[in-house]
Design a protein. Structure first.
Length: 210
């Protein structure tokens, strides 16, 4: 299945740089800190996580379905501090053997996959027992007012303008429902100042495949 969002890909490539300057780079470093062995990064986008992988990672398979983002990702791969292989693929059908990854990294991708349950089931499939799921996502708000704003955004223009992104997904609950044990979880707002928009509530955490 082809995935092409040319306008969003160009906007996202620029926006991700601004996001990193506003503090997202620190979240990316936390996301991959301490990882070891073979890592599969799902929806790797334009490769903004790559510079932060520690030397204990022996290789990253960076999977990205959108061709324009994948081209930027491929250009960024040689500068990464660890070996990176770039591949086309969907979160729902990863080109990875069963139980072959030490970690799966999901970064701002579970908001836009068509079916979170299927994508998470696939992540669980490729992880070895005891392997880690690292996630950095924007999620459903904890406050009623912002939850209402998220529902309105998701029912109108937000998914159309943002390549299928949804703001009101309870991603942490979906991770638990997929059979993972959430070991670490940090909730925060991003950006940290200003009036919170629909995508402001974020989580960063670690889950384990039992």
């Amino acid at each position: 299945m082809a995935v092409s969002h040319p306008i969003f890909a160009r906007v996202f490539a620029r926006a991700s740089v601004a996001m990193d300057r506003a503090g997202a780079a620190a979240h990316r470093r936390r996301l991959v800190a301490g990882l070891r062995g073979r890592v599969v990064e799902v929806g790797a986008g334009n490769g903004r996580n790559l510079p932060h992988y520690p030397s204990t990672v022996t290789g990253v398979l960076a999977v990205e379905p959108e061709p324009r983002l994948r081209a930027v990702l491929r250009a960024a791969a040689p500068d990464a501090p660890v070996p990176v292989t770039v591949a086309a693929g969907l979160a729902e059908a990863l080109p990875v053997a069963d139980a072959s990854a030490d970690a799966v990294v999901l970064s701002l991708v579970l908001c836009s996959v068509p079916d979170q349950a299927v994508a998470l089931r696939e992540a669980r499939r490729v992880l070895r027992p005891g392997g880690q799921l690292r996630f950095y996502e924007h999620v459903v708000a904890e406050t009623p007012g912002l939850r209402r704003a998220q529902r309105v955004a998701d029912a109108t223009l937000w998914p159309f303008c943002c390549a299928g992104c949804h703001t009101a997904r309870d991603t942490v609950a979906a991770i638990r429902a997929a059979g993972f044990t959430v070991a670490e979880l940090d909730r925060f707002r991003f950006p940290p100042t200003g009036i919170p928009g629909p995508a402001a509530p974020h989580v960063l955490g670690t889950a384990v495949r039992p």
